[in-house]
Design a protein around this ligand. Structure first.
Ligand code: J2J
Length: 554
């Protein structure tokens, strides 16, 4: 299968690739080799700490585990170019699995623990995945059942592997794969730096999520840049609070940034202060990343906390807009420096800098990592706007993809002819080059950092026999920032008794096997949708309605 997935990933034109290499951004490293090097330089340093299982793996241990697992995967016919859907909670094995895959050139496809049958079956079948890695159960949910249904549905899926100590059920535990490598794994022809490392998920604004092809070269550059900006070095201790597979948690600077630096990653099984604060004290955590709603919870909890949070130096907040008022409360409450981060799995990541004035830190979403990140702010016709004007953000650069994986038609819309990614974000540039996120043009709901494509939820509502039409929009929420409101027109002629209640429609959507965060928070029945002048449905008017009218809906 060598090379096949790379052929489906649009890539940088040769002159850009040459420039990025000549500038030193693309350093010619791969993840498998980076871990090998760190293990050689400081074998005894702790790499991953997992309080739930008690694992405390040194770099040598993680390196050895990745080799053994890689050998086991190869023995099962999984190798270069194969896709493997990885859906794991925040446990140490997450790193063992992805570094094993990196090493043999198989591609992790990152799923979130919240994903269910519809999403998982789609990831597996769209990528033609050969294997799917789960934990037996987590957060009260049995992933073995999800895997059994997925395996029955997806013919390419040959293996399900179960990480952790839980009963693997009918599937193979990771422990059975850990065999001694037959050959010296250093002899394995690993992937080249310019080749794909993994497929990351897009937040999406279309019916099905898009997959983001990231290379070793481009992603490792974003880690190096992030580490420098966030002050990550080998003394750092990163607490992995948000789901490990999310691009923010993985790379801004995230767990992979920490491992690149030879630092320590501490897995946080859930994001509550009751779980996280004792870990910060015990492990001497120096930095972590949170979405705005969690940052609010931590800020409120910290002054009352019985734990010493003094080791915490940096709190990164991003994924959704952090309000200025909330941002101002971080330093007094947590005693650390706030860094706002405005990033995207497609590439571009902006940070406020550690030495930025407080005003900049609380009122902007930062500036790009790289001097080679190109930023354009344009009007509806792609004309450049003057600095300070609000418009659509387009970007191109050394770690921003040139297209989604295997999606040529969609790429023609999401990228300009000369390769700029249309972020769908509406922004303004300050005179210092910092970006302020002012809104969004893409048809998406940002529910406290969790992205929901309106069209995807609308399609599930439309599958209900009593639903004639549906529109999903964001409704303001004081805690989450936004939540989802579905406006639904029921079929004419449905007798009074056959009309579903809002709660039944929500149950219907959930039963279709969708992540819980995508189930509409409110469903409101209407007789008609507002129209634009040209007779199209006006989501703008629906959003305005959702922002003002909060009664009547459930
Ligand atoms: C407003 N909107 C933001 C912010 C992201 C670091 C941080 C976040 C992500 C991420 C990431 C925002 N203010 N501070 O991958 O590496 C919205 C924008 C953006 C979209 C991307 C990272 N930070 N957003 O959130 O791929 O709309 O990545 O385009 O999940 O989140 O979402 P996602």
């Amino acid at each position: 299968t060598g090379g096949r997935p790379d052929a489906l990933a649009p890539t940088w034109p040769a002159e850009f690739a040459e420039r990025y290499r000549a500038a030193g951004w693309w350093g010619g490293e791969t993840f498998g080799q980076v871990l090998r090097d760190r293990a050689a330089v400081h074998p005894g340093r702790l790499a991953v700490v997992d309080p739930a299982s008690g694992h405390r793996w040194t770099y040598a241990e993680l390196d050895r585990r990745a080799d053994r697992l890689a050998a086991g995967l190869l023995a099962r016919g999984i190798g270069r170019g194969d896709r493997v859907v990885v859906q794991l909670p925040n446990i140490a094995e997450f790193f063992e699995v992805i570094f094993a895959l990196f090493r043999i050139g198989a591609l992790p496809v990152f799923a979130l623990p919240a994903h269910r049958e519809t999403e998982i079956a789609y990831f597996c079948s769209f990528t033609g995945a050969a294997a799917y890695v789960i934990a037996a159960a987590h957060g009260g949910y049995d992933y073995r059942e999800l895997a059994a249904r997925t395996k029955a549905d997806v013919p390419t899926l040959r293996h399900v592997f179960v990480a952790g100590d839980g009963d693997p059920g009918p599937f193979e535990p990771l422990a059975a794969l850990r065999t001694e490598p037959a050959a010296d794994p250093a002899d394995l022809a690993g992937p080249a730096p310019h080749e794909l490392a993994f497929l990351q998920l897009s937040g999406g604004s279309t019916g099905v999520p898009k997959l983001i092809p990231r290379t070793h070269d481009d992603y490792i550059y974003s880690l190096r840049g992030s580490n420098e900006i966030c002050g990550v070095d080998e003394e750092s201790v990163f607490l992995c609070v948000l789901p490990a597979a999310h691009n923010f948690t993985l790379s801004s600077p995230g767990s992979l940034g920490a491992l690149y630096a030879g630092a320590r990653v501490v897995m946080c099984p859930d994001p509550n202060p009751d779980t996280a604060f004792p870990l910060i004290e015990r492990e001497g955590v120096t930095l972590t990343g949170l979405v705005p709603p969690l940052a609010l919870v931590w800020t409120e909890a910290a002054p009352e906390a019985r734990y010493d949070l003094g080791s915490l130096q940096v709190l990164l907040v991003g994924g959704a807009k952090f309000s200025e008022e909330a941002a101002r409360r971080v330093r007094p409450a947590l005693g650390c420096t706030l860094q706002q981060v405005f990033g995207m799995a497609e590439g571009l990541v902006n940070y406020t800098r550690l030495d930025d004035p407080e005003e900049t830190v609380v009122t902007t979403q930062g500036r790009p990592i790289s001097p080679d990140d190109e930023i354009r702010v344009v009007d509806d016709e792609d004309n450049d706007l003057p600095v300070g004007a609000t418009g659509h953000l387009l970007t191109r650069g050394p770690y921003t993809i040139r297209g989604y994986w295997n999606a040529p038609e969609h790429n023609a819309r999401s990228f300009t002819a000369d390769g700029f990614y249309r972020t769908g974000d509406v922004v303004r540039l300050t005179p210092t080059g910092h970006l302020v996120v002012e809104g969004r043009a893409k048809d998406q709901i940002n529910r406290g950092g969790e992205k929901i494509a309106a069209e995807e939820v609308e399609n599930h509502l439309l599958a209900h026999p009593a639903v004639h039409d549906a529109n999903v929009v964001a409704e303001p929420d004081p805690y989450l920032g936004e939540r989802t409101r579905a406006y639904v027109i029921l079929r004419a002629g449905a007798a009074e008794g056959e009309r579903p209640r809002p709660v039944e429609l929500k149950k219907f959507v959930r039963a279709r096997g969708l992540a819980a965060y995508k189930v509409p928070d409110r469903v409101e029945f209407v007789d008609a949708f507002p129209q634009t002048g040209v007779g199209k449905i006006s989501k703008k008017d629906l959003r305005a309605d959702a922002a003002t009218v909060t009664d009547a809906a459930t």
